[in-house]
Design a protein around this ligand. Structure first.
Ligand SMILES: Cc1ncc(COP(=O)(O)O)c(C=O)c1O
Length: 392
């Protein structure tokens, strides 16, 4: 439905997108001094030099032109090679589309699969973009809860119960933002079977696949349901390349063909020299060494923050085995909503955490703490939280 702003008429389509609820918290924090943010979801590391050098070289070598819409063939080959080497999954170049991050891959998947009246199942809590993508696609949204007793994994029985005649897609995201949960093989297989039985697509958003701890493993959905999976992946987190906007989708060929049609008119192609740097990221041993170094540092921080939180009153962390977030439960005795708690923490400890409700109704009573922040700042933030909470 159209809406009017001053003298302009604007499309209602955009008006249905909800701007982030946590904006106000960040705005408030930006006006305060000496605030430590544990709110952001991006690596604090710089991109490994070997990748930066590859981009600089590519520029000098003249990679300044349009590329094929789907991406530079050698880069798509490198992605296929990576899935073969890492996961023993066979994908062909025609199954791959290079995108401007996982965000674009996700948006294209929603637009290509769903239309008005279709249903999509989105877990609750979930990363913020899925619901907005679903609204733009005019799809019905069915939320299924991720429960603590199920380690924030999807419960296959609840998934089956949620499927309607109009369900066309389910979104999953492991390692998970915001909970840090990881998937086990049997649940991945169960979801794959359900998707095949009910003929629905799985949009599997896997940008944190390399940040795993305590021996946890990642089971990529395309390995178990190749004909039903649209994989969204990204270089943003793995190689600390958030600003580069580099990601990809892997899907059945007919889906990729449709996604390319839309991508061709919106993005055209992902920046040419960045795709060339992507080849180095995937093929050069040094970039993988850098990933492992980052993983180890995240793991140290994870343990550090968990230790602090476990000793603090009024907050109880879920022990995550993936990503770089800790999902922590607020003491119900405090009788504070997630938003109240986050505001209170900002006022009393000058620490920013994200209220769980930013990720869905099930996030009430929880907050997300990011440990993608240097150790000294994390320690300072934890000390401040401890002091503030012990006064309650
Ligand atoms: C689960 C999840 N998916 C997708 C994205 C977007 O990533 P990209 O930078 O690749 O667009 C993020 C970023 O925070 C994320 O956490």
């Amino acid at each position: 439905m159209r809406y009017k702003k001053r003298k302009y008429f604007l499309a209602g389509r955009i008006n249905i997108i909800q701007r982030s609820k946590i904006r106000e918290l960040f705005e408030k924090a930006s006006k305060m001094e000496n605030v430590i943010s544990l709110g952001i979801g991006e690596p604090d590391f710089d991109t490994p030099d070997v990748i930066k050098d590859a981009a600089k070289r590519a520029l000098d070598e003249g990679y300044t032109h349009y590329t094929p819409n789907a991406g530079i063939p050698e880069f798509r080959e490198a992605i296929a090679e990576y899935y073969k080497d890492f996961y023993k999954v066979d994908v062909e170049v025609d199954n791959i589309l290079v995108t401007a991050g996982a965000y674009e891959a996700t948006y294209l998947a929603f637009q290509s699969i769903l239309e008005q009246g279709d249903d999509v199942i989105i877990p609750d809590p979930a990363f913020v973009c899925y619901v907005e993508d679903a609204k733009i696609a005019e799809a019905g949204i069915i939320r299924i809860p991720l429960r603590e007793e199920y380690k924030f994994r999807i419960n296959p029985d609840e998934l089956v119960e949620a499927i309607t005649k109009r369900t066309r897609m389910i979104v999953i995201n492991y390692p998970n933002n915001p909970t840090g949960a990881v998937m086990n093989k049997s649940t991945v297989k169960a979801i794959a079977d359900i998707a095949q039985d009910y003929n629905i697509y799985i949009l599997s958003d896997e940008p944190y696949e390399h940040f795993l701890y305590e021996g946890a493993k990642h089971y990529p959905m395309i390995k178990y349901a190749p004909d039903n999976t649209i994989l969204a992946n990204s270089f943003s987190k793995t190689f600390a390349m958030t600003g580069w906007r580099l990601g990809f989708a892997i899907a059945p060929k007919q889906v990729i063909r449709d996604m390319i049609k839309l991508h061709a008119y919106v993005v055209g192609n992902v920046t040419s020299f960045i795709q060339i740097a992507g080849i180095t990221a995937l093929r050069d041993k040094r970039s993988w060494e850098a990933v492992e170094t980052m993983r180890r540092v995240y793991d140290e921080r994870r343990k550090l923050v968990l230790k602090y939180l476990n000793e603090m009153p009024h907050i109880q962390p879920f022990k995550p085995k993936g990503a770089f977030y800790i999902w922590a439960k607020i003491d119900p005795e405090l009788d504070m909503s997630s938003e109240d708690f986050a505001n209170w923490l900002l006022d009393n400890a000058r620490v920013v955490v994200i209220p769980g409700t930013a990720f869905g109704k099930q996030g009430e009573g929880w907050v997300r703490i990011s440990y993608a922040t240097e150790k000294e700042k994390l320690i300072e933030a934890m000390e401040r939280m401890k002091e503030a909470l012990s006064k309650l």
